[in-house]
Design a protein around this ligand. Structure first.
Ligand SMILES: Cc1cc2nc3c(=O)[nH]c(=O)nc-3n(C[C@H](O)[C@H](O)[C@H](O)COP(=O)(O)OP(=O)(O)OC[C@H]3O[C@@H](n4cnc5c(N)ncnc54)[C@H](O)[C@@H]3O)c2cc1C
Length: 938
């Protein structure tokens, strides 16, 4: 649909009383894909606020004959939640848990509620919703119902279909229906007709449907059998929004086990692990998961690599979760399971932290296995087929042979207790015969799974990737019955067309990492993406971890504050993918790209926390570089971007400059400089650190070079002075670079890459000799230290000098923890609120700091979020409100609840500025905390 048609459709929706309608190109780009291989640009995105609006949207789609695709978290992997007409996003407003009744163990919820939010509410009553996809932190109940989602614990608690008690829906006929178990729904002509249809095909349904738990493909007609009570609510689960749109759901909850244990078992290979499943099932584990060694090895190489716990010997593992009433109960169950296992080795995972780390690896399996592709990313498409569990080992061996026949590879893992196998495969889609290989493999794989009595989808639904394959699994009568059911519920084919009935070809609408922009002279080098910006932005495969708002971690601070897809890493990546595909007419200068990136804080959390390592801060730098190359820039790029130069000028008469900038001239200065009027400007120090150091007597000891960054030198020389005291007390002889230098950080974050490169190369050249001589270089400002360790190679290449400097660069904590014989001062009784700078966490890692603080006896509480200021971001005009909202997420509540005498510890200059400005509290650098209790060198 073109822009004019989108505008007409949006107008029709508004006339029908629908309030939040967005037909902008940017918004449509954000919703053009889910976690699948498919790209379908919608015409309009709607954010419904109540069921009446949903009915109005269905009515408009019927009258205009426009497709309607319901959407929750958009984490479907088979192209289930993309569509060319209206996309209805339930996650924005219809996301409340209305009621939890502990007596009946039921919950009444909106479709857009995120599973983890429901679990948190249910946990207060000792209850939980049974099924739990790996995407539990962002998938919604509506999406779970749509796909009949399962997850690891469906083995113990059943699928979503087994836990839906009632639904309030709008069908494709426009009817509002309340359907529940055992005929509790009102008998309508449509339901009477449905019952008649089912009764006319009982033999076929009884023999073909409900044959094993993970037969999720097609419509689950078995729920409509008379002996099952004509359970329309259960039958609607898994229909992928093709029959009705869910407006409210009543769910059955289960009692959460009081104690759990995780057993890990090693086997020679993944098929041998699958062979063990039938002997483990009688032990009744809640979850029984398979994991291939190749996935674990990718996790080991990733940013959280150190967090992979010890595993028993083997080339594949089974993880078995056991639930019980107490530790003794789960202990004896675990012993029984270990006896049954026939494993090479196995044990109970010793701590909850290690068990959580194992689950994290398993849950990130989809994204981790992407990196196993030989010629590019391993892809979705055939990722959740299931066979009866007793046949799993044999199926996996045949599946391996099939992959070899087609010359593709993948590492299986998944819900082995239910016979459901996840895998990503390196389909050669960029080759001329790529599509043919994709289609041919999927067809052969569907035949294989059918031979094993299995299902082409075991939990993700059929979507666009498998609907066409249904005739290979079901009889013609069954497939014809799907069409007849669809005709009853949605005769005009408006609800998610192309899925299950009258399917789109599996190889239509594929979203490929297409040709790079013709004008793409990349500013950064994209060393791990073949030198291409377009490949880098296609790293985002849509798993949506950046939409998790209650999960631990920083990513994505702007989404956590606004809850708008536009402000998520994924939403931004989608817009940049459209840019890379050449679909945005104004290219780098398009308004869509500017809007998408405007609220990105460049915190780099995604580079570490996104399982695909999407580094939005770098892409923002690239866009700013390309957009403003040889053009007038926003004022803040000149004021804040050139701060190191202004600081050097100001250092000649700091008192005078401070008086001018912080006195009556401040409002004008901020206006001209593009700085938000509410932000106080930081004061220049009366004497720079370099000035102080020039008069500081040298000491003996092991040499260390102290990197003097602009912030330490010009604004907080006391941090540098404290660092010198600590380093000298630790036995170091401190030197500083002979001349003032700069890493170029402020030019990088504003996309002024020419100047950034000049600054950085000068600094690398000045540091090279010390680095090559083995002298450690210590950085005090985390973002400058991180630049040398990370982005420097992206700017200058992995030259010997850049590598040597990166390898020599240390944080203060890293240097001190490795210093022979040095002991931190005793700070027992000190409590500290610790706000790690985002670049510190993401690029450098914060574990050395925490270890050092623990050794000093400091009682720490770490803030698990961004401060919101993020360098120039929060100071720039237009970003103040978001900056405060981000601070309000974690930092400010932590400060409010902290004891008045608690130390606020943060190494980042911007974090300290934010703490001071928003909470009125003094904060300090780690160097200052230690220096206060360390004998001074002079
Ligand atoms: C990394 C990764 C791991 C995953 N692991 C699992 C797993 O362990 N187990 C599992 O089962 N799945 C898994 N999935 C698939 C997916 O996350 C789940 O199916 C999830 O439940 C989808 O929820 P969602 O809110 O994202 O739904 P969406 O993707 O938004 O929608 C899913 C389907 O439901 C329909 N729908 C959404 N809302 C409504 C509504 N209100 N009314 C009617 N239809 C609606 C959509 O049209 C679509 O067809 C995984 C996905 C990823 C990316």
């Amino acid at each position: 649909m073109n822009d004019a048609a989108s505008a007409r459709l949006a107008a029709a929706l508004r006339r029908a009383g629908v309030i939040e309608v967005d037909e902008s190109l940017r918004r449509r780009a954000e919703y053009s894909s889910d976690a699948s291989l498919y790209r379908v640009m919608p015409s309009v995105v709607v954010f419904p606020r109540e069921a009446g609006e949903v009915a109005a949207v269905v009515a408009v789609c019927r009258s205009e004959r426009v497709p309607l695709t319901a959407r929750g978290g958009g984490t479907s992997i088979a192209g289930n939640s993309v569509g060319s007409g209206v996309v209805l996003d339930f996650s924005r407003h219809l996301n409340r848990v209305h009621d939890i009744d502990p007596q009946s163990a039921t919950a009444v919820v909106d479709p857009g509620v995120v599973l983890d939010d429901l679990q948190a509410r249910a946990a207060a009553h000792g209850l939980r919703f049974g099924p739990e996809p790996s995407t539990h932190s962002r998938c919604t109940i509506g999406g779970m119902i749509g796909n009949n989602a399962c997850g690891a614990r469906a083995l113990g608690y059943g699928r979503t279909a087994d836990n839906v008690a009632g639904l309030d829906v709008v069908t494709g006929t426009g009817e509002r229906l309340r359907v529940g178990v055992n005929g509790s729904q009102q008998p309508t002509p449509m339901l009477t007709e449905l019952e008649r249809l089912i009764r006319s095909r009982l033999g076929m349904i009884r023999s073909e449907f409900g044959t094993f738990t993970r037969q999720v493909s097609g419509y689950s007609l078995e729920h409509l059998l008379p002996e099952r009570g004509f359970d329309v609510a259960a039958a609607l689960a898994g229909t992928e929004g093709t029959l009705a749109v869910v407006c409210q759901a009543t769910l059955r909850l289960v009692r959460a086990p009081l104690a759990t244990a995780l057993v890990v078992l090693g086997y020679p290979d993944i098929a041998a692990a699958a062979d063990a499943v039938p002997s483990l099932l009688p032990c009744r584990p809640v979850a029984l998961e398979g994991l291939d060694e190749r996935i674990v090895s990718i996790a080991r190489r990733g940013p959280g690599g150190a967090a992979v716990p010890d595993l028993p010997r083997g080339g594949a593992w089974i993880l078995a979760e056991i639930g019980g009433d107490d530790r003794a109960d789960v202990g004896s169950q675990a012993d029984a399971l270990l006896r049954q296992a026939g494993a090479l080795a196995g044990w109970v995972v010793p701590s909850a932290a290690e068990a959580a780390a194992m689950w994290r690896i398993r849950e990130d399996g989809a994204a981790l296995s992407v990196r196993l592709g030989r010629h590019g990313p391993a892809l979705a498409g055939w990722e959740d087929a299931a066979v009866p569990p007793e046949r799993l080992g044999a199926y996996l061996r045949d599946f391996d042979a099939l992959m070899a026949e087609w010359d593709v590879t993948g590492a299986p893992y998944g819900h082995f207790g239910d016979g459901c196998v996840h895998i990503r495969i390196d389909f050669p889609l960029s080759r001329p015969d790529g599509r043919a290989v994709f289609r041919g493999f999927l067809t052969d794989a569907a035949r294989l799974v059918a031979r094993y009595g299995g299902s082409v989808s075991g939990e993700h639904g059929d979507g666009r990737a498998r609907s066409e394959l249904l005739p290979l699994m079901y009889s013609a009568e069954a497939v014809q019955t799907f069409g007849a059911v669809k005709h009853l519920f949605d005769p005009l084919d408006v609800l998610n067309p192309g899925v299950i009935v009258r399917p789109r070809p599996v190889d239509a609408d594929l979203r490929l990492a297409s040709t790079p922009l013709s004008r793409d002279r990349a500013g950064l080098r994209y060393l791990d993406d073949g030198g291409r910006f377009s490949t880098a932005v296609h790293r985002c495969i849509g798993v949506g971890k950046c939409r998790a708002t209650a999960a631990p971690g920083v990513m994505c601070p702007s989404f956590r504050a606004t809850k708008d897809e536009k402000d998520s890493t994924r939403g931004r990546a989608r817009v940049l993918q459209e840019l890379a595909n050449g679909a945005l007419p104004a290219g780098w200068r398009s308004a869509e790209v500017a809007e998408a990136l405007d609220l990105c804080l460049s915190c780099k959390a995604c580079s570490a926390e996104c399982p695909m390592g999407v580094d939005m801060a770098s892409y923002k730098t690239e866009v700013l570089y390309q957009r403003y190359r040889r053009r007038l820039r926003p004022a803040a790029h000149y004021s804040l971007g050139w701060l190191p130069v202004w600081a050097r000028v100001a250092s000649r008469t700091p008192t005078l400059v401070n008086r001018a900038l912080r006195g009556p001239l401040a409002p004008a200065a901020k206006r001209i400089g593009g700085v938000d009027g509410r932000r106080p400007l930081p004061a220049f120090a009366p004497r720079t650190f370099r000035h102080w150091f020039a008069r500081h007597p040298a000491t003996g000891g092991n040499p260390v070079l102290l990197w003097v960054d602009t912030f330490t030198n010009h604004f907080v020389p006391q941090v540098g002075i404290a660092a010198v005291a600590v380093l000298e007390a630790a036995g170091f002889r401190v030197a500083i670079p002979e001349h003032p230098l700069c890493c170029g950080l402020t030019w990088v974050s504003t996309g002024q890459l020419g100047t950034a490169r000049k600054m950085l190369s000068r600094s690398v050249a000045a540091l090279e000799a010390a680095a090559k001589a083995g002298v450690p270089i210590v950085g005090l400002e985390p973002s400058c230290t991180a630049l040398f360790r990370g982005d420097a190679a992206e700017l200058l290449g992995r030259t010997p000098a850049v590598t040597a400097v990166a390898e020599s660069m240390r944080t203060l904590a890293e240097l001190l923890t490795a210093a022979d014989g040095w002991q931190p001062p005793t700070l027992a009784g000190t409590s500290a609120i610790v706000q790690p700078h985002c670049h510190h966490r993401a690029v450098l890692g914060y574990s050395a700091d925490l270890a050092l603080l623990a050794r000093a006896g400091v009682n720490t509480r770490m803030v698990d979020g961004c401060c919101g200021l993020a360098g120039n971001f929060g100071a720039e005009r237009g970003h103040y409100d978001l900056s405060v909202a981000v601070a309000n997420n974690q930092l400010l509540p932590a400060l409010v609840s902290a004891a008045p005498d608690a130390v606020v510890l943060t190494d980042g200059f911007s974090c300290r500025t934010q703490v001071d400005h928003l909470a009125g509290r003094q904060s300090m650098h780690l160097a200052e905390l230690f220096a206060n209790t360390t004998p001074r060198g002079d």
